[in-house]
Design a protein around this ligand. Structure first.
Ligand SMILES: [Zn+2]
Ligand SMILES: [Zn+2]
Length: 247
């Protein structure tokens, strides 16, 4: 199996330590995040495996526009002809995937955290260094449900990027947290609930403050952009992430 059902009709598709999710609703599909370029053939396989067709895909929503979550966004847009949604504060980043803001120099992390080398190497092999930009995005609303399969409620969670948004599926008791809260930090290789290291986070203080709206969803299952699903409730994940703090 390429995918696993991690919540009610929510399928996880992971590759090179990056997660995408398929949210199925009445035979229609929302893709959440677009992985790295090498995910493309797996995406087709994931749809087949769930008895879905490419034409069943109705939309792609990006939690944020970092290159490891926009790998096939332009291809999905062009080949499947579906709208790609993101917060407007990440539109420029989506067009220019390598111009992202981060607090700390990236080069020190693999030296301090050799465990991360395997992860970063795997991401590079999956095309992390050749992600095309994507333009013509739809603007996510500042809150409230989006009219796409699953009707996710947008939870603005800036800090990791200026426009980062989590997606809450209240009727399925799930929050897709993107990189606002992960259970594996690709820059350190450390598992467990936490915000992403300053190597890739624009504003860690803001990212920590954004754990509050995430906790307010009260969701039981947290589906992060990196790492395993968390099924012990968002409150305990947020508590642990606060304890870890900025790094
Ligand atoms: Zn990110
Ligand atoms: Zn990421």
């Amino acid at each position: 199996m390429i995918t696993s059902e991690v919540a009610d009709r929510v399928y996880r598709l992971g590759h090179a330590f990056v997660n995408c999710y398929l949210v199925e609703d009445d035979g229609r599909v929302l893709i959440v995040d677009a992985g790295l370029p090498a995910i493309w053939p797996l995406l087709a396989g994931a749809l087949r495996e769930r008895a879905l067709r490419p034409q069943d895909v109705a939309a792609l929503v990006l939690t944020h526009a970092h290159f490891d979550h926009t790998g096939v966004a332009a291809r999905v847009q062009a080949h499947l002809g579906v709208p790609v949604w993101a917060h407007p504060h990440d539109f420029v980043l989506a067009e220019h995937p390598y111009r992202y803001a981060h607090e700390n120099p990236r080069a020190i992390y693999p030296i301090r955290h050799p465990r991360a080398l395997r992860i970063l190497g795997s991401m590079a092999a999956a095309g992390a260094l050749r992600v095309p930009g994507v333009r013509g995005l739809q603007a996510l609303p500042q809150g409230g449900p989006v009219d796409v399969p699953g009707r996710p409620v947008v939870v603005p969670t800036p800090g990791h990027t200026a426009g980062h948004c989590a997606l809450h599926l209240p009727d399925r008791d799930v929050v897709l947290s993107g990189d606002a809260l992960v259970t594996l930090d690709p820059y350190t290789g450390v598992p467990g609930p936490q915000i992403v290291a300053g190597a890739a986070t624009a504003d860690s203080a803001l990212a920590l403050a954004s754990l509050e709206p995430l906790a307010a969803t009260g969701a039981t299952t947290v589906l992060p952009g990196h790492g395993e699903p968390w099924t012990d409730g968002v409150a305990s994940a947020v508590e642990q992430a606060r304890r870890v703090g900025a790094h």
